[in-house]
Design a protein around this ligand. Structure first.
Ligand code: MSP
Length: 658
């Protein structure tokens, strides 16, 4: 039986899971599910990277022992994957004995083979990145010896003789064109390897940083966090069944990673494995980054996208569909909620959902809900069959090349062709004139649905289960061949699988006059809107729209999403060519922000300078009159007057309001 072993990077625990983490994990999950569908035996591993300075510093900040800290935060990732219906087979934590044991074994083995030596080293050490910088890097980063980002260190350390594997590694990459994907990234690594490769410092003295795995041959040191982390990909297998288990999976191992950590995976990791007597993994797939307004997500910019919030709003499967569909392998992609809503509406609600609802309705009306026997059909039907078969083959090709976005596009093309076929054949008219011909049309459309649903099942597994029920089929009927829809099957109840979503322009008091240039806030679907856009579904027995009416009470967890903070106004000036807006620079204690506020008709700029105000700190930035506004101030309006909110007592600037 063919096998497929896939891993995600193990995530640092000092950070909350964000869109980037959700993306990689979703991709790995979808790839695993496709391989299962194609009959592969699969193993899917993810986990958390819990050692090193980042975890240590995060624990210090919380005033907690680091072990307690990692215990408290690691489950966050496990919980999220459960909520996202991620089907990983194992979850590894680098603090688990099953992992630390393997790390120590490998270190000892390489040490005994003479591949690790000690040397004293001096140089500038970058604290945030946990590594020594070369003179060139110091210059590139604009650091001097007095920069707070670096410390000058002189210490003895242990080094892995990575340099001796350089030629072997180049040969390996050249001989295996699929080792690094996509091709552009492979060339990047080959370019990097044109420079002489140094040896790798793999230790950290405990006197400086003790949160790590002890070096077995010198317990004054812990292992460098990357050396420890990379080994997760084999430690779980070795612990499970020794070399036999490793040999079972390793020849079919694929690491899905972000482009930022490719170098470590393409250079450190294969040489480490080689030194320990193992082969490199089969392939590395480096994906691009999700950007927000073409910039990186960062806490300080306040533009971090939280997957849970999106899933709560739009549903797990629709969210995952968007992630997989809208990023081409290897390229960066701009995230916007507007694009996400548009994608869900066009592909899922319109192309996919509406067609099923239309067909289902006709099936119930003219065939009592029973799938008819198709007639021989003509040219159109032969074309559909050929397209169905071609789609099956092409989707598989794309999946095996990790090009999931292209696979989904193929499926949607098939669905769109079925929509066109309905328009060409007008089965609702045939109801009165030729029931046999109508039956042939419906069978073909339903068969395309069955195929499309099968091919989408790895991406939207929850919804597909539902969809198959509507067709009277079950999960076991995921047959990957044209023609497997059995006539005589009785269809189940119709349901709306993917409601249309609406997004609303920002309409807070701050931009009554101007139009926000980019941001749109998505809303839960309004009951009326859903009903309007889905008349067929209503008729076919969809639950009454009123049931979906949102309750206007919110829970404390909803309120907790809004970060209100006390800010001090440092600067204020009028925005030219408008009499409503002021541009404010405010301090939040630890950072400065620019906010554009619609209060100019009520306040002179000077009246606000030096005042403490209340701001929503985690609002997505918007541009007002071309000026970025990063936050919103709170004010109350009554009888035509407006009053900016301010704290009653003395309070530190930046304080959180709850
Ligand atoms: N702990 C290391 C990985 C060790 S693997 C042996 C690490 N962790 S991380 O939590 O910082 O990042 C994990 C992954 O998230 C990386 O692959 C990174 O590329 C990815 N992403 C982080 N932000 C991202 C986006 N904005 N978009 C897509 N993925 C990005 O690195």
């Amino acid at each position: 039986m063919s096998r497929f072993y896939i891993t995600t990077p193990i995530y640092y625990v000092n950070d909350e899971a964000h869109l980037g983490h959700a993306y990689t994990t979703t991709m790995a999950d979808v790839l695993t599910r496709y391989h299962r569908l194609y009959g592969y035996e699969t193993f899917f591993l993810t986990g958390t990277d819990e050692h090193g300075q980042k975890a240590q510093q995060a624990a210090d900040k919380k005033g907690m022992p680091v072990q307690d800290y990692v215990e408290s935060v690691a489950p966050r990732f496990q919980d999220l994957w459960k909520k996202m219906n991620i089907s990983n087979d194992d979850f590894v934590r680098t603090t688990e004995p099953r992992h630390t044991k393997v790390v120590q074994d490998v270190l000892q083995r390489i040490y005994e083979a003479g591949l690790i030596y000690s040397d004293s080293y001096e140089g500038f050490y970058e604290v945030s990145d946990e590594r020594f910088l070369t003179d060139k890097e110091m210059e590139e980063k604009g650091y001097t010896k007095d920069s707070p980002e670096v410390v000058f260190l002189q210490e003895k350390n242990y080094f892995f003789k990575m340099s001796q594997y350089q030629d072997w590694l180049i040969q390996h990459i050249e001989a295996n064109p699929n080792f690094i994907r996509p091709e552009g990234r492979r060339r990047e690594i080959l370019g990097f390897l044109k420079q002489p490769l140094g040896d790798l410092c793999i230790s950290r003295p405990k006197s400086r940083m003790s949160w790590g795995i002890d070096l077995p041959f010198d317990t004054d040191y812990v292992c460098y966090v990357w050396f420890d982390a990379l080994l997760n990909y084999i430690s779980v297998l070795l612990d499970k069944g020794g070399d036999e288990e490793l040999n079972k999976w390793w020849p079919e191992s694929h690491h899905l990673i972000g482009k930022d950590i490719l170098m470590v995976h393409a250079v450190y990791w294969p040489t480490m494995l080689k030194a320990a007597g193992y082969e490199p993994p089969k392939s590395l797939i480096a994906h691009g980054w999700w950007l927000i307004d073409s910039a990186k997500m960062s806490k300080s910019k306040g533009n971090v996208i939280k997957p849970l919030e999106l899933m709560d709003r739009y549903g797990i499967d629709a969210f995952k569909y968007f992630l997989v569909r809208d990023m081409s392998l290897g390229l960066d992609s701009n995230f916007s909620e507007k694009a996400m809503v548009e994608r869900m509406n066009s592909d899922l609600a319109n192309d996919f959902g509406n067609l099923l609802n239309r067909t289902h309705k006709l099936l119930v009306k003219s065939f009592d809900g029973v799938v008819p026997e198709p007639g021989a059909g003509g040219e159109l039907e032969a074309e559909l069959k050929a397209l169905g078969e071609k789609t099956l083959a092409t989707v598989k090709e794309h999946v095996l090349e990790f090009k999931l976005h292209a696979a989904l596009e193929e499926v949607l093309q098939l669905v769109r062709r079925a929509n066109k076929y309905m328009e060409q054949t007008e089965p609702w008219k045939l109801a009165k004139t030729d029931l046999n011909a109508m039956g042939t049309v419906l069978w073909h459309v339903l068969e395309i649905f069955r195929l499309a649903a099968t091919l989408l099942s790895p991406v939207i597994p929850g919804k597909v289960e539902n969809l198959l029920t509507q067709l009277g089929l079950d999960q076991n009927n995921l047959e990957l061949r044209w023609g497997a829809l059995p006539p005589g099957t009785r269809a189940g109840e119709a349901q709306v699988l993917f409601p249309r979503h609406e997004y609303k322009e920002v309409t807070d008091m701050e931009n009554t006059e101007t139009k926000p240039e980019q941001t749109a806030v998505a809303e839960a679907p309004k009951a009326e809107a859903t009903a309007e856009s889905k008349p067929e579904a209503q008729a076919a027995g969809q639950p009454e729209a009123a049931e979906a009416e949102p309750d206007n009470l919110i829970g404390i967890e909803d309120f907790a999403k809004v970060q209100l903070r006390v800010a001090e106004v440092l600067e204020a000036e009028r925005v030219p060519k408008t009499d409503k807006l002021l541009r404010l620079i405010v301090s939040l204690g630890d950072e400065k922000r620019q906010i554009v506020a619609g209060v100019a008709a009520y306040y002179e700029p000077e009246q606000l300078i030096g005042k403490q105000i209340v701001v929503v700190a985690n609002l997505k930035p918007v541009k007002l009159r071309g000026i970025e506004s990063h936050g919103m101030l709170l004010a109350a309006k009554s009888e035509g007057k407006l009053s900016v909110m301010t704290p009653l007592g003395e309070v530190a600037t930046g304080a959180a309001i709850s």
